[in-house]
Design a binder for this molecule. Sequence first.
Ligand SMILES: Nc1ncnc2c1ncn2[C@@H]1O[C@H](COP(=O)(O)OP(=O)(O)OP(=O)(O)O)[C@@H](O)[C@H]1O
Length: 507
Amino acid sequence: MKLDCKAIRYLSKDDWRTLVAVEMGMKNHEYVPVSLICNIANLRYGGGKKSINNIHKFKLLFHDARKYDGYKLTYLGYDYLGLKALVSRDIISFVGNQIGVGKESDIYVVANDKNEEMILKLHRLGRVSFKTIKNNRDYLQHRKSASWLYLSRLSALKEFAYMKALYDNGFPVPQPIDCNRHCIVMTRVKGYPLTQIVELRHPRKVYSDLMNLIVRLANYGLIHGDFNEFNIMISDDEEITLIDFPQMVSTSHLNAEYYFDRDVNCIRSYFEKRFNFIGEQYPKFSDYKQSLYNLDVLISASGFTKDLQKDMDDLTKEQDDDDENEENSGDEQTSTTNENESKDNKDNEDEDDDEEEEEDEEDDDEEDDEDVDEEEEEDEKVDNGQMKKKDDGVKEITKNMKGLVNNNRNFKFSDVNEYEPAPIVLRKEFIDEMNVLENVQAEPVVEEDVILDEEALEAERKREQQVRIANRVKKQLTKSQKTRVSARNTAKSRSRTEVKNHINAFI
Ligand SMILES: Nc1ncnc2c1ncn2[C@@H]1O[C@H](COP(=O)(O)OP(=O)(O)OP(=O)(O)O)[C@@H](O)[C@H]1O
């Protein structure tokens, strides 16, 4: 994400108040209602709304009005708040180019009034998932709604605390300068990431420096956990600096030995692969001197307490679970789309059937209607032609239909092509109707030259019904065997009568 700070100079005092109000409101709202923003910012509704519109224009806020008029901070908005605080503390005055991008951070060069270069690291946890937070989570208790921003803040605070503790104890890490929200300011390391180094003049020295660093960290009760070529910088003098330590664990951790060995092996295998250097000597977990120093206390003193760590772990787990659920539901959606395709198709086609039935009825009623859609007229012509060909009697048609019904259970829309038209699917009531029809046909039709009594009337009625259904079935059969699958949800595909009736309903 690009950090465009140009707008900072155009924001008024009220705009900043509003931005802070949104941040505060997000502690218990995913989207903060306008009235609440105005309340927190202590602005009148009109003034508040004006400021909201202004900062929304600069993309510092995200607007959602599906359930109520609400806003939330974007990462850019959060960046602005962090930058504003750092600027007002005279820590930074200029923001330069982006020089690095990590999985969960953006790195910028910044400078102060004295033109001293520094590094600004903006933590961006869940930068992908942030976009996919469920749309229906509009109001939440606790801080869950703002948790990506909150998690980024915790992550920055943690890094700052570790950096400070390590720096104060003489470890080769950048000097931490300041931290606000999800922003960390530190000194710029003169060097290159180990991953970019093609050849070392003294690989043995660098290797042993790195191994010593791992052991020294362990002596202080810490294991890096992610000690690899991406997190190590090498200067021109082949001095090492550790720049990133997101997953530090204590040597009292249950899997401490595993993490320790992993760090060691990571460096060993990298040196072997890249510099052809086989590190025959390497430290073991037992080499470290049990709790020589305790950095935990120092880290807590720097502001990152155990409570915050617990909060961070819980929230990370929550977010991961959420993401997994979302991904699963996404997968499920796709798989169920396939699995239920035939079901959906049936439903859709049922709807189509309904519509077709309605259309048929309309056609019957309005045979001479001038407003018949041209498309339908064409269909009608095709229908009539095919109807003549398929005039094999009601029984045969119903038999065909029954076959289709059974075959259609495995029908998939994706199978439809120009050679295999979409078959029709009948509703249950329709099948029942057909069964009745078959039974009726089985009965002999009594033709007597007597005055129509009740029985005759009944028979006549059934015969009419039978003819009507037969016609309808024929029509449906021929219509649905078109190669084209009609999309009936567009106004264009509706008959002119339908559209007209619809419009009339509103007049
Ligand atoms: N203090 C610094 N001085 C100079 N360059 C730095 C500094 N900090 C970070 N960088 C540059 O930014 C890049 C990314 O930094 P960093 O590893 O801290 O980000 P990250 O998000 O933690 O990365 P990842 O999690 O992907 O390892 C580094 O490879 C390095 O080139």
